[in-house]
Write a protein that binds this ligand. Structure first.
Ligand code: AMP
Ligand code: GLY
Length: 422
């Protein structure tokens, strides 16, 4: 029986927590810091995700032997390595392997070495600024500039003008994103439809999880500012057998070959952010964790016992796992707070009525409960309304039913999730 600590506090973690507590081998689940949703199914604890000694002490006090990591920061800061010599298992890659997400320069060099299709790119540091500016001058438009390191989802700029790109490039090298942009990657722009593919791996074998598509922009028709994600859909209708095989052969298999040849310690999720250009898949980015809001649509489709999959990562039996995936569609519509992704209010009282269909799920993200049991908003992305249905339209209809019934002042959501797939 497992006593587990899950790190994170968003919709992704509420969806993961639901899968964990539904496993017959879950004895007790703790979530740090969690939200009002995880509080209802597990025990929330207020420990920082990157305070490894405090996490260690808590695990010892509570006889916890398994940590599951939601967000990237603890991974990139080395939580796997911290616990490597202990009897506490961490689901997630080592600090070095997390560089696949934590350094775009590292990821691009890895993809070049293992022949994994991605955009042509070059990296520059401040002492190579003039070479970088000359490179921009000759570059086709638009130009993609990326901070090498983690920049809270803001480190990618797509600029349609050479002069503006040069200015932005110099600003990045001189501190725009702090240490994250001490190295800047200049990349060719790829035009196509994006989708996300996920695996759970022990670094050698893997299981393919359901794929998904997310909707990042605040506005309908994919317009306006980027957000942490306004909705998601799984399966992706154009991810047919031919495309799946291409992704397996050209992207997933060579990535695992590279992981082994580089001697990277990788026990966890890989999230392949892909783009389809002329029917060929290219990698836009690697992430060393599950996506949010993709997890909310992906995990309810997994019928296999999640903790049994996790056990397989450690005992070398992943290749024997025959993961069962529901054929149903799952869709997610995010309710966000008015003003998000710019300034918004927190602490707004919420009404969450019980929903009529068992195919409607409510995954909390930015919420918290008060001592008196009231639920308040506690972030910009507040609630993921996820639903299951036999078609995308059926699932979305239930999402919009939830979205209309759950209420707080200033609630906003996109009414066109899936618009480009119909
Ligand atoms: P982020 O999730 O913040 O890394 O944002 C990355 C987003 O920038 C991707 O989802 C794409 O929409 C876009 N992007 C990144 N690299 C490229 C590229 N080479 N060509 C076109 N779009 C890109
Ligand atoms: N949905 C994109 C991400 O989790 O990074």
């Amino acid at each position: 029986m497992h006593r587990i600590l899950l790190l994170g506090g968003g919709g992704r973690e509420h969806a993961l927590a639901s899968a964990i507590v539904n496993s017959p081998s879950c004895d007790q689940l703790f979530v740090a810091p969690g939200n009002a949703g995880t509080a209802a199914i597990a025990r929330n604890v207020s420990i920082s995700n990157t305070d490894f000694p405090a996490i260690d002490q808590f695990c010892k006090d509570q006889s916890i032997r398994q940590i599951i990591v939601g967000p990237e920061l603890p991974l990139v800061e080395g939580i796997y390595d911290y616990f490597k010599e202990s009897d506490i298992r961490v689901l997630g890659p080592s600090k070095k392997a997390s560089q696949l997400e934590g350094s775009k320069d590292f990821a691009n060099a890895f993809m070049a070495k293992y022949n994994i299709p991605t955009a042509a790119s070059r990296s520059f540091t401040a002492d190579q600024e003039s070479e970088g500016l000359a490179y921009i001058k000759e570059h086709s438009l638009p130009i993609v500039l990326k901070a090498d390191g983690l920049a809270a989802g803001k480190g990618v700029l797509i600029i349609d003008d050479h002069i503006a790109a040069s200015t932005a490039f110099s600003e990045m090298l001189h501190g725009k994103f702090g240490k994250a942009s001490e190295t800047v990657v200049i990349e060719k722009f790829l035009s196509g439809i994006e989708f996300s593919v996920f695996i759970l791996t022990d670094g050698k074998d893997y299981v393919l999880l359901p794929e998904a598509k997310d909707y990042k922009r605040i506005g309908e028709g994919d317009t306006g500012l980027n957000t942490g994600g306004m909705g998601s859909i799984s399966p992706v209708p154009f991810f047919d057998d031919v495309l799946r095989q291409k992704v397996l052969d050209q992207i997933i298999e060579p990535t695992l070959t590279g992981i082994q040849q580089e001697g990277l310690d990788y026990k966890g999720f890989i999230f392949f952010g892909l783009i389809l250009v002329d029917n060929e898949p290219y990698v836009i980015e690697y992430n060393c964790r599950m996506g949010d809001p993709e997890t909310e649509s992906v995990f309810p489709r997994i019928e296999s016992d999640f903790l049994s999959l996790v056990d397989s990562v450690y005992n070398g039996t992943l290749d024997q796992q025959n993961i069962r995936i529901s054929q149903d569609y799952c869709t997610t519509v995010f309710l966000v707070s008015g003003g998000y992704p710019e300034a918004y209010k927190k602490g707004l009282p919420m009404q969450i009525p019980s929903l009529t269909s068992q195919n409607q799920f409510v995954f909390h993200a930015g919420t918290r409960s008060t001592d008196s049991g009231e639920i308040l908003t506690n972030g910009g992305r507040v609630i993921a309304c996820t639903s299951r249905g036999q078609s995308m339209e059926d699932a979305l209809a239930l999402c919009y039913d939830s979205a209309a019934k759950i209420d707080f002042t200033g609630k906003f959501y996109r009414r066109d999730i899936g618009f480009d797939l119909k």
